[in-house]
Design a binder for this molecule. Sequence first.
Ligand code: SF4
Length: 694
Amino acid sequence: VIDMGQPEHSVVTTCAYCGVGCSFKAEMKGDQVVRMVPYKGGEANHGHSCVKGRFAFGYATHKDRIKSPMIRDSIDQPWKEVSWEEAIGFAAKRLKDIQAEHGRESIGGITSSRCTNEEAYLVQKLIRTAFGNNNTDTCARVCHSPTGYGLKQTLGESAGTQTFDSVMHADCILVMGANPTDAHPVFGSLLRRRLREGASLIVIDPRQIDLLSTPHLGQAAHLPLRPGTNVAMINALAHVVVTEGLEDKDFIASRCEGDDYMKWREFISDARHAPEAMEEITGVAAETVRKAARQYATAKNAAIYYGLGVTEHSQGSTTVMGIANLALATGNIGREGVGVNPLRGQNNVQGSCDMGSFPHELPGYQHVADSVARARFEAAWGVELDSEPGLRIPNMFDAAISGHFRAMYVQGEDIAQSDPNTQHVEAALRALDCLIVQDIFLNETAKFAHVLLPGSTFLEKNGTFTNAERRINRVRKVMPPLAGKEDWEVTMELANALGYPMSYKHPSEIMDEIASLTPSFAGVSYQKLEEHGSLQWPCNVEFPEGSPIMHVESFPIGKAKFALTEFVPTTERANRRFPLLLTTGRILSQYNVGAQTRRTENQVWHDEDILELHPHDAEERGIVDGDWLGITSRAGQTVLRAKVSERMQPGVVYTTFHHPVSGANVITTDNSDWATNCPEYKVTAVQVEKVSQP
Ligand code: SF4
């Protein structure tokens, strides 16, 4: 920690790292942050924090920050620093020229889950009004888009059902494809507390996660399934519930669609879903699965928490629906201590989805084909809106390579590093006539940009973030933007330069507009946020104080729907050439591609990605800790250092993706979720060999 002396004043704001959304007091000396102190009044964290939120804020003033707008005619030219006016004028002219030559559909953009709700709302509004199409998407595409789809289909709302505090009422906690102590540390600690108090634990994960070594842990089960077999596993659990008569018949009769349930019951009772039939596929002993199913179904309150190990698969959406099936069948929805709870990765991934970032949905998940909803937005925005869904991020890449998509506006996402199959992404970005990047650093994506618009960090802006429990928290400006403008101001000026007028004076006015057009946000305002501290949506006439727990008496769709979740194996299989399956995750001290955490003054940060592999696989290849390894997949190759670990199962290897040098995404493939195109980051068949130091 750098000692910067005594603070003069403090401002309460929200952490900009993970989806827990911890509140902090930024203690200030002039315009400098002296300390970030976890805020006791924060309803998501109650005065707790992790190492990232507490100490990793130095990136905001790092020397690499972009302080001036830059332009260039082509990507092989050097950058030229220019005024804001010139950069925005340059960008607007290029976009207009491209649209005039190639048509309305030839441009699009990406909103950021790192920016505020108000900023995400403005970017999608700019695309829908000034660009005149629905070619808007968000980085949630590559993480939790299956959550949005799967929960909407079954429960009627694209969001988790509980508050974090609700876990303290859970008697059985099922964690699937998530590692909360590293990726959502403050919630991970709360969860551990509940486990120490006696709640039982079921972990469904190929790797042994830290929760399994919680001191004084009572009943616990680890189901170390093979990567890519989530649906087989969740179906096997549901099969046991139904065939052993463990359903909550009253809940099903009163809260679920009867016909749907009968069809699902017949489907899931089939012997092909039995744990014994699935043993060969999942690699987990049938009796272990049966015991876990009974443990979950017979607990008074059973809660499910899941992460990207569920969503980032070719059947990500199917698994989310399977999880909802399991919770519905056992009546674990609509009260404290239960529910279906996606652990969102980024600070505002829930919010960017809520704000209409998807190509098929206006703010509040209102479909673009819904003429009533569209008419409301048309009246407010003064334009005719497209009723056809636009392009998703992977479709934008494909269309760029085929020449139909020519320009892109990317706010706060390093797609060149974070999206799968880097070679393909780079080819798409290189093919664009105009790429506008709005970011705080000259990132990997900016290498292909023609316009660089400096972004602002969470310390330099006003706004709101929505965390994984639908909690809308205020973000408060503690220092002036380094480059002179907050992100929402930049988007507004670009819209004006494109001929679509915007004239907000403060993000609170943007929130007022959001509330007027988005039924679940109808009761949200900055004034109410000041009074309440935070609000959980839906917050409207029906729920004026917000909704800590959803679906208490009814579902937005009336009765919940069961989904038929057939297991379909991924095409990404191990074979003789690529005999191991690679899966990915995070560590506590780093965050995503490391753009911020790698730019702090602290020395504790992990400085390289490593490959974990089981002793059996290591021995077979003569590998010991610290060896350099060449990792080859069908998509590419990279080099990582080895760590031999009993946490892995034989045949499965694991790495993180925090460093651009190792570039885990160089080897991930184009496979994606059938419903949402969320990339299958969690299953890549690879070969691993010892190599000399790179
Ligand atoms: Fe920030 Fe998440 Fe850590 Fe809280 S748990 S301090 S939100 S990174």
